[in-house]
Design a protein around this ligand. Structure first.
Ligand code: CA
Ligand code: CA
Ligand code: CA
Ligand code: CA
Ligand code: CA
Ligand code: CA
Length: 461
C-alpha cells in the first residue's frame, strides 16, 4: 500500500511540474466499462493486477492493464497513444481503442458464424496427484499391444515427477524425477537390437529431455538416457516425440518459455542407451507449450499460448517458417492460453487436431487433414460421479478400441480444479469415452477404432 501511495504522489508532483493534469477526464479518453456495457460485453476487473478482460458477444476477447500503453484484442497486441488510466476507480482508455473494439464487435454477426459447442461428461478420473496447486499437467496414452484394456496413462506432475495410471484411474507408479512438464510416447524404438516403447518428457529441474522405456505389464518406467540431453534454451517447457515414417528416425521436439524450438534426433548410442543430437532450432515470438507431431503426414503443430496454433513440417530440414496458421486466440474458438494439442488418427489419413482452449474451459476440434478446418468445440461438464474440467493444460486422445469400457478409445484431459462431493482435491486427469464426443457433436465425428498407433502409414509418398 505504501508503495502505491508514494508512486501516486511522485507522479502527481511530476505532472504538476509539467503544468498538466492527466488525471482529469480529458477528451482523448473514454470510460472503458461504460462503453463495453453499451456493447453488451462481459467484463472482468482484476483488482490485484489492475487489469480489465472483456469478451464481446461474438466471443472476441480483449485485455488492458492500468498504466500500460498496450492492449490485446482478438489475439493481437496493439499500441495505444497514451497509457490506460484509473480515475476515481474507473478505467479510462484512449478513445482510439474504442474504435478498434467496435470494429471487432461488427464481425461475425451472421448466425452461421456462431461457434457450435456441446458438453460431454467424463466416465472416470485418475487419483489426484500428490502435489497441491497447479501440478498435474500433461497425459499420454500408452496402448497395450496384447490386451488394450490394460493400456496405461502416463502423465506429468510438474511439481515433481511422472505418474502411471490404469484406465480406471488407479495410480500404479509414481516417480519423483524433478519438474516434469510435458510428456509423449512412441512405439518400437530400435534399442540394443530390440524394439522398445519409449516415453520422454521435458524436465524443468535439469533443463533436459529425459527418456524412459515402458514395461507394459507393470507400467514401470526405466531410464534409458545416455548422455543427458541438455537443452540450449533457458527453460524447457512443451514437448512431443516425432517418428518419421519417411526415414524411420525418431525425434524429440521441445518448446521453451521464450518461444524457442529445438529438435533432437534420438538414437541408440551403441550401448543400449539413447543420445540426442540437435538437428533444428528456431524461435516463435512468445511462450509456446502445446506441441504435437503427425507421424503419418510429417507435420507438427505448435501452440503459441496467447497467439495461435501454427502448422510446420516435422522433418529436421523443414525450415523455420510455419506452413500455415490453424487458428488464432481471438477468443472465439481459442481463448488464451492455447494449451495442449493432440491428434485423433482416423482411417485413410482422416482425423482431428484437438486443442485445449484454457481461457474458455473448452476444446476445439479441427480437421486433421488438408486445411485444418474448424469443426466444433466441446466442454467436459460435471457428471454425477466425475466433475468436469476447467482451465485444462495437457490432453491426449486415442481412437482405438481399449476393451469393453472404451470400445472407441478415449480422450484424456488435465483438470485444473478437481472436486469430490463439493470438496476440492489436488488436480487430476479426466477420461472421456471417445464415442461421447463423436456422438455429441452436431455433425457426428469419426468412430474409428481400428487405427493402431503402432501401425501408422506414411501418407507423404
Ligand atoms: Ca495449469
Ligand atoms: Ca502453458
Ligand atoms: Ca499466457
Ligand atoms: Ca473439475
Ligand atoms: Ca501446461
Ligand atoms: Ca473429481
Amino acid at each position: 500500500m505504501k508503495t502505491i501511495l508514494v508512486t501516486t504522489v511522485t507522479a502527481s508532483a511530476l505532472l504538476a511540474l509539467l503544468g498538466t493534469n492527466a488525471y482529469a477526464a480529458d477528451s482523448g479518453y473514454v470510460p472503458l466499462r461504460t462503453e463495453l456495457e453499451k456493447l453488451g460485453a462481459k467484463i472482468t476487473w482484476d483488482e490485484k493486477d489492475q487489469t480489465v478482460t472483456f469478451k464481446l458477444g461474438n466471443g472476441i476477447v480483449g485485455f488492458v492493464a492500468v498504466d500500460k500503453s498496450e492492449y490485446r484484442l482478438a489475439g493481437k497486441t496493439g499500441k495505444l497513444p497514451a497509457p490506460v488510466k484509473l480515475v476515481n476507480e474507473r478505467t479510462q482508455v484512449p478513445s482510439s481503442l474504442l474504435q478498434s473494439i467496435r470494429d471487432e464487435q461488427a464481425k461475425y454477426q451472421d448466425p452461421k458464424d456462431a461457434i457450435p459447442t456441446f458438453a460431454v461428461q467424463a466416465s472416470a478420473e485418475t487419483e489426484a496427484v500428490d502435489s497441491g496447486d497447479d501440478a498435474a499437467d500433461d497425459p499420454a496414452i500408452w496402448l497395450d499391444p496384447k490386451d488394450p484394456s490394460r493400456s496405461k496413462l502416463i502423465a506429468t506432475n510438474k511439481a515433481g515427477g511422472i505418474l502411471v495410471y490404469d484406465l480406471a484411474g488407479k495410480q500404479l507408479q509414481s516417480y519423483k524425477l524433478g519438474k516434469m512438464n510435458n510428456i509423449d510416447l512412441r512405439y518400437s524404438f530400435p534399442l540394443g537390437g530390440k524394439k522398445v516403447d519409449i516415453v520422454a518428457a521435458t524436465n524443468r529441474t535439469t533443463n533436459t529431455i529425459d527418456v524412459f522405456a515402458v514395461n507394459g505389464d507393470t507400467g514401470e518406467l526405466s531410464s534409458i538416457a545416455g548422455e543427458p540431453i541438455k537443452s540450449k534454451m533457458g527453460e524447457v517447457y512443451g514437448f512431443s516425440l516425432y517418428h518419421s515414417l519417411k526415414t524411420d528416425k525418431f525425434y524429440a521436439l521441445v518448446l521453451g518459455k521464450k518461444g524457442e524450438f529445438e529438435q533432437y534426433e534420438l538414437a541408440d548410442n551403441g550401448q543400449g542407451k539413447v543420445n540426442g543430437k540437435l538437428v533444428r532450432q528456431f524461435k516463435l515470438a512468445t511462450q509456446s507449450e502445446g506441441l504435437v507431431a503427425d507421424d503419418e503426414y510429417g507435420l507438427m503443430y505448435i501452440a503459441e499460448e496467447d497467439a495461435a496454433i501454427w502448422k510446420y513440417g516435422a522433418e529436421p530440414d523443414a525450415g523455420s517458417d510455419p506452413l500455415s496458421t490453424v487458428d488464432i486466440a481471438d477468443g472465439r474458438r481459442l481463448q488464451d492460453d492455447i494449451e495442449g494439442l493432440t491428434l485423433y488418427y482416423g482411417k485413410d489419413g482422416k482425423g482431428y487436431l484437438i486443442a485445449s482452449s484454457q481461457g474458455s474451459n473448452s476444446y476445439a476440434i479441427y480437421q486433421r487433414e488438408a486445411a485444418n478446418t474448424f469443426i466444433t468445440s466441446f466442454t467436459i461438464a460435471d457428471g454425477a460421479k466425475v466433475d468436469g474440467t476447467s482451465e485444462t493444460d495437457g490432453i491426449d486422445v486415442l481412437g482405438f478400441g481399449l476393451g469393453q469400457a472404451y470400445p472407441y478409445g478415449i480422450f484424456v484431459s488435465q483438470d485444473d480444479a478437481n472436486y469430490e462431493n463439493g470438496k476440492k482435491l489436488h488436480q487430476n486427469f479426466k477420461i472421456v469415452p471417445w464415442e461421447r464426443i463423436a456422438e455429441g457433436a452436431a455433425s457426428k465425428l469419426l468412430l474409428d477404432n481400428t487405427v493402431n498407433p503402432r501401425e501408422l502409414i506414411n501418407r507423404n509418398k
